[in-house]
Design a protein around this ligand. Structure first.
Ligand code: AMP
Length: 285
C-alpha cells in the first residue's frame, strides 16, 4: 500500500500498535536496488509490520548537489517493496514533510545538529549540513512511524554511527540495525547513483572496492601503519578518479587512527567522472 500523507501513516500505525505489532522502518531515497532489498528482507524477517519510506530529502543536499536529477522511480519501488513483503511504502512530498511554503533552512525549521566531532570529517567535510539534514528527516520518520526497529546499510557507515549517536543522546525509543553492504559480482557496491555511470565509468568505479580489498590484504599480511596503507591506493587511481578521502577510523567512535587494528573502519569517497561514490570496509573481515 502506498501512503503519501502523515495523517494516513499515523492512523495505520495506530491500528498496528493496538494489535501489539512490532514495527520496522527502512528509510530510503528510492530508486531501490538489491542493497535496499536486503534491508527490507531483514525488516520483514524481524518485524510484524514493515514501512519502507521513499523520500528524496531536500535538506540533506547541498546547493550544487544532485537533488533535482536524483533518480525517482516510485512505481517500481512500490512493486519491489511490496514484493518483498513490506506493508506500506510511505512516500510523502517535501511539502507534506516540511510544510507548504516553508523555507527549508535552519533559521526557519528545527534541525537536529549532530556533534561537530562526528560531522567534521569524511562525508561531512565536503557535504556541509548533510548530516543535519539526514538526522532531521530520520528523526521525523521515527516520530511519525513510532517504529521499534530502523534498518540501515553499512554502506553509509558514517551515517549509521551518527544516527546511533542521535538515538542514544536524544533517548529515541528505537533499535537501529545495520545490514551488510550488497555488491555487484565485480565488487562495486550497489548505489542508486551507479545509474549515472556509463560502462567505462562502472569500470573505473571498481577502483574503490579494489583499494579497500588491497588494504585488507596488506593488513592481513601485517602492515598496520596507516600512512603506508594509504600509499597502496594510488596504483588503482588514474585521471578518471578524483579521490575525496581515504580514511582510517575507529568503527564505533569515528576517531582517526594512525595504526590500524581490528576495530579499524576504512572509508573511501571518490568522484568517478563527476559521479560521487562511497564505499567502506572493516579492515579485518
Ligand atoms: P539511500 O536510498 O541511498 O538513502 O539508502 C537507503 C538505505 O539503503 C541506507 O541505509 C543505505 O545505507 C542503504 N544502502 C544503500 N546501498 C546499499 C548497499 N549497496 N548495500 C546495503 N545497504 C545499502
Amino acid at each position: 500500500m502506498l501512503i503519501t500523507t502523515i495523517s494516513k501513516i499515523k492512523e495505520t500505525v495506530s491500528g498496528w500498535k493496538m494489535q501489539g505489532a512490532k514495527i520496522g522502518i527502512v528509510p530510503t531515497m528510492g530508486a531501490l536496488h538489491a542493497g535496499h532489498a536486503s534491508l527490507i528482507k531483514k525488516a520483514v524477517e524481524i518485524c510484524d509490520k514493515v514501512i519502507v519510506s521513499v523520500f528524496v530529502n531536500p535538506i540533506q543536499f547541498g546547493p550544487s548537489e544532485d537533488y533535482d536529477k536524483y533518480p525517482r522511480t516510485l512505481d517500481d519501488d512500490v512493486r519491489l517493496a511490496e514484493g518483498l513483503g513490506a506493508d506500506v511504502v510511505f512516500a510523502p512530498s517535501p511539502e507534506e514533510m516540511y510544510g507548504k511554503g516553508q523555507r527549508l533552512s535552519n533559521d526557519n525549521l528545527t534541525y537536529v545538529a549532530p556533534p561537530f566531532f562526528y560531522v567534521d570529517k569524511l562525508c561531512g567535510k565536503t557535504r556541509t549540513g548533510h548530516f543535519d539534514g539526514v538526522c532531521t528527516v530520520v528523526l521525523k520518520l521515527f516520530n511519525i512511524t513510532r517504529a521499534d526497529y530502523g534498518f540501515f546499510g553499512q554502506k553509509d557507515a558514517q551515517q549509521f554511527i551518527i544516527l546511533k549517536k542521535m538515538v542514544n543522546d536524544l533517548n529515541v525509543p528505537i533499535e537501529l540495525i545495520s545490514c551488510p553492504i550488497i555488491r555487484e559480482e565485480s565488487g562495486l557496491a550497489l548505489s542508486s547513483r551507479n545509474k549515472y555511470l556509463d560502462e567505462q565509468g562502472k569500470k573505473s568505479a571498481l577502483a574503490l572496492s579494489q583499494i579497500l580489498n588491497n588494504i585488507k590484504n596488506c593488513y592481513a599480511k601485517g602492515v598496520t601503519d596507516v600512512a603506508a596503507l594509504k600509499e597502496t591506493a594510488f596504483r588503482f587511481l588514474n585521471e578518471s578518479h578524483e579521490l575525496e578521502y581515504l580514511e582510517f577510523v575507529d568503527k564505533n567512535t569515528l576517531e582517526y587512527k594512525t595504526k590500524a587494528d581490528n576495530d579499524t573502519l576504512v572509508l573511501i569517497a571518490c568522484k568517478v567522472k563527476s559521479v560521487r561514490l562511497i564505499d567502506n570496509t572493516l579492515i579485518a573481515c
